[in-house]
Design a protein around this ligand. Structure first.
Ligand code: MCN
Length: 780
């Protein structure tokens, strides 16, 4: 074991513990895992966007060499359709049945209609092509903005409408706010459809034997998965074990209970064989949930002095064909922070959910908050232009006062912490706007764009989120177990389920400081419902603020017991035992102390312990926070636009973020890098595109333009650290912050560049073609 060399570990940019196995090919993803007797599965998917299933002839596929079985939707005798989506309390939704395998009707291209199972991975794909499905095509609706028109085709005829739900979240007197405004700006703001595009596609291995199900899946939520597998299949929960092995990215797209997971589990039970399926990239683009796809009508009013008086948005959300786990909830996450970093007396968000014949939308990194931030940050720039004010002066004029935190907004949401002027001040030390504009290369139009943001994350607390609308009584907490072994090595079990965030490192840092050991001696186990305590997964940047705090609390309990053992062994008072230089020692006598290994050695021998103390050194903690946490920051983007081609080059990007005290600055930087690239991708390149008849055009990475390292500059990052009062670590989330902040910074930069040509407003995606067309239009 390595010696304690450099405590405190929290705050240090140590390298990620998980990286050696990841970069040396030693990690085991779902595609690496195979079991004896395993069969393979392939799904037959609908080529029609909307159709009745007239008949399915499976005979040729069943006769195909190596095929064991072919199942259709009617064969699957499941307890119920796929899980009811979580719905904000008190909101009524139309929730059409969504079966793992379609029964009588398909509602989007890619809907599964049959499941082929056989002994060979490639033969089942060939056999799937032998399944003959007769469809009776129905009219298709793809366009969110016409789906509610009279006479529009209906996705679910039986509902009599494409509207799923309509509700509002607001606070303050909106009418009075707009009446007090001298200037009102209205814009249509588009947040187009994107994919999660994790590099590792989804995959499932279902193994039902002797009454128990083990399901390994590339998922972000193994504990939820176990719960729903049990409910869907009618298996008692303790007989289900869900395992998330190494997961190669999720970005929200694996925060789901997918029909493929349920169907494979059902088939494994039916055939009494393990069955595996790994999706192809095209299958993933067709059938893994998408995100965003909102069109908002935004109104913002201000006095001529620049005080914002009211902000109103009406969001139309394209739900796709069905409700999935969080589909109807996504805009509400944005609605909670719709007023952004500004003190606005009246704010209202109206949310209208609309069905279309496309794959469902759900959480993609940021889920609701990138959309909300985009709306307000782009419209602030529009308002500044209308008022003839400097866009940063307008922001400063409306920032919430740093002295007002915890700050209750007009909606009644209490932001835990914030200091927005400090973030903007720091940003400007990294960027001389006049100088950088003067350096524009010949023939290019240079623009600078800003975004000052906050977001709501650390998803919990149960008092707001639960009991959930799944018909289950569960809160949204997190738990952790910390075990010190006889040797002093430590194992941490967390209910969160990282898939690229580096939590094995940061959680080890949290533990190491509290037990006087080295992070190298701390192993973090996650993603297996069979080994750890319960948990609720990794999403909504909750793992550190909620999961990390539960780890800190369990560790504090262990440290407390360690202190009592040391006091007993050294015949000192418990209050006199302190942790210094890797030892629990007596105050004032650093030589008189015990290392964690020595304490653990004592902890397992009852005669070493104070009377009545149980042997062992391990503890469990559940943590349900009082509030969400609200990271914030200020971002700036510099672009060069080629007016001849419409091409945009991002030449500089500065990000100031505040996620409270850094556990590991290196990991934070990595998260911010990824987050910014994600948003640059949406702003400039990425777009899920369906034709009017519901065919997916962007079905692989040749057509769906993910940005590469060559498309982005080296980022200039810095931080302010405003501790959250919500948890003892003071931490807030960072996993989504870059994505939430960056799309308006890029968009505002492009608009800034094009203003001299008369282009004053643009919607994403800012493709060369769109920009070129806007330039031509402005010229004419
Ligand atoms: N961290 C830190 N100090 C802080 C706050 C966070 O060092 N003050 C560290 C954490 O300990 C962790 C990382 O930053 O190592 C991110 O932590 P957190 O913000 O708590 O976010 P989560 O771990 O809950 O991750 C979820 C978030 C989400 S919602 C998406 S989507 C996303 C993201 O993380 N998907 C990702 N980052 C991703 N990164 C990768 N590589 N792959 C994905 O799929």
């Amino acid at each position: 074991m390595s010696a304690v060399a450099a405590a405190p570990w929290v705050g240090q940019a140590i390298k990620r513990k998980e990286d050696p196995r990841l970069i040396m090919g030693r990690a085991r993803y779902i595609d690496d895992i195979n079991v004896t007797g395993q069969l393979w599965a392939a799904f037959v998917r609908s080529p029609e966007a909307h159709a009745k299933i007239v008949s399915i002839d499976t005979s040729a596929a069943k006769d195909y060499p190596g095929v064991h079985a072919v199942f259709t939707g009617h064969d699957l005798d499941l307890e119920a359709p796929l899980p009811m989506a979580w719905v904000p309390p008190g909101i009524n939704v139309n929730n059409p049945p969504h079966w793992s395998i379609a029964k009588d009707e398909v509602n989007c291209v890619g809907d599964p209609v049959a499941l082929v199972i056989g002994s060979d991975r490639y033969a089942v794909v060939d056999a799937a092509e032998q399944v003959l499905v007769e469809y009776d095509p129905l009219p298709v609706v793809v366009n969110l903005e016409t789906a509610l028109d009279d006479g529009a085709p209906l996705v679910h005829e039986e509902l009599g409408t494409n509207k799923c739900h309509e509700w509002s979240l607001g606070g303050g007197d909106l009418e009075a706010g707009f009446a007090a405004a001298d200037v009102i700006v209205e814009r249509r703001v588009v947040n187009h459809r994107t994919a999660g595009a994790a590099i590792e596609p989804r995959g499932v291995l279902a193994d039902y034997r002797a009454g128990s199900l083990t399901l390994t899946s590339s998922t972000q939520v193994p504990h939820f998965l176990r719960l729903f597998l049990g409910l869907q299949l009618g298996i008692s929960e303790e007989k289900v074990r869900a395992i998330a092995p190494e997961v190669g990215g999720g970005f929200g797209s694996k925060l789901q209970i997918y029909g493929e997971e349920i169907a494979l589990a059902w088939a494994s039970r039916k055939l009494e064989r393990p069955i595996k399926w790994v999706e192809s990239r095209t299958e993933g683009m067709l059938a893994t949930h998408h995100g965003r796809d909102q069109v908002a009508h935004v109104r913002i009013g201000a006095t001529k002095e620049g005080k914002i008086t009211a902000f109103h948005t009406t969001i139309y959300q394209d739900l796709g064909a069905y409700l999935m786990l969080l589909t109807p909830t996504i805009p509400s996450l944005g609605a909670f922070v719709m007023s952004g970093v500004y003190d606005i007396p009246a704010v209202q968000t109206d949310i209208i959910g609309v069905f279309t014949n496309k794959v469902s939308t759900d959480a993609i990194r940021g889920a609701g908050r990138p959309e909300a931030t985009h709306m307000i940050e782009v419209c602030i720039d529009q308002l500044a232009a209308e008022l003839g004010m400097d866009r940063l002066d307008l922001r400063r004029k409306n920032f919430m006062d740093p002295a007002s935190f915890p700050h209750e907004t007009a909606l009644g949401v209490v932001y835990d912490s914030g200091n927005y002027p400090a973030a903007l001040d720091l940003l400007l030390t990294h960027l001389d706007v006049d100088a950088i504009k003067a350096e524009a290369p010949a023939g290019k139009l240079r623009g600078v764009g800003f975004s000052t943001y906050t977001e709501i994350c650390g998803l919990a607390p149960s008092r707001v989120t639960g009991p959930s609308g799944f018909g289950l009584q569960t809160g949204l907490w997190e738990s952790a177990m910390v075990r010190v072994h006889l040797t002093g090595a430590v194992t941490v079990y967390t209910g969160t389920s990282p898939h690229g965030q580096g939590l094995e490192t940061t959680m080890a840092q949290i533990v190491a400081d509290r037990l006087g050991t080295d992070p190298a001696n701390v192993e973090v186990i996650h993603g297996d419902t069979g080994t750890g305590p319960q948990g609720l997964g990794t999403y909504g940047s909750r793992s550190t603020a909620v999961g990390g705090e539960s780890v800190a609390r369990a560790t504090a309990k262990v440290a407390d017991k360690a202190r009592r053992i040391v006091a007993h062994q050294l015949e000192a008072a418990v209050d006199d035992i302190e942790l210094t230089e890797g030892k629990f020692s007596v105050k004032g006598s650093p030589d008189k102390g015990m290392t964690l290994g020595e304490i653990a050695g004592a902890a397992y021998i009852p005669e070493n312990l104070p009377e009545g103390m149980e042997p062992g050194l391990e503890e469990l903690a559940f943590y349900d926070p009082e509030n969400f946490v609200f990271p914030f920051g200020a971002h700036a983007c510099v672009v060069d636009v080629d007016p001849e081609t419409g091409n945009v080059d991002v030449v500089k990007y500065v990000a100031i973020d505040d996620c409270g005290p850094a556990i590991n600055p290196k990991l934070i930087d990595g998260q911010v890098h990824g987050g910014i690239v994600h948003a640059i991708g949406q702003a400039l390149f990425e777009r899920i595109h369906y034709t009017e008849d519901g065919q997916l055009v962007t079905s692989n990475f040749a057509d769906y333009a993910l940005p590469s390292a060559a498309d982005v500059p080296s980022f200039d990052l810095d931080r302010t650290e405003t501790p959250s009062p919500v948890n003892s670590l003071g931490v807030k989330g960072i996993g989504e912050a870059g994505t939430i902040a960056a799309s308006p910074a890029v968009t505002n930069a492009v608009i800034d560049a094009l203003r001299p040509l008369g282009v004053t407003y643009l919607n994403m995606p800012l493709s060369p073609m769109r920009i070129w067309e806007e330039i031509q239009e402005a010229k004419s």
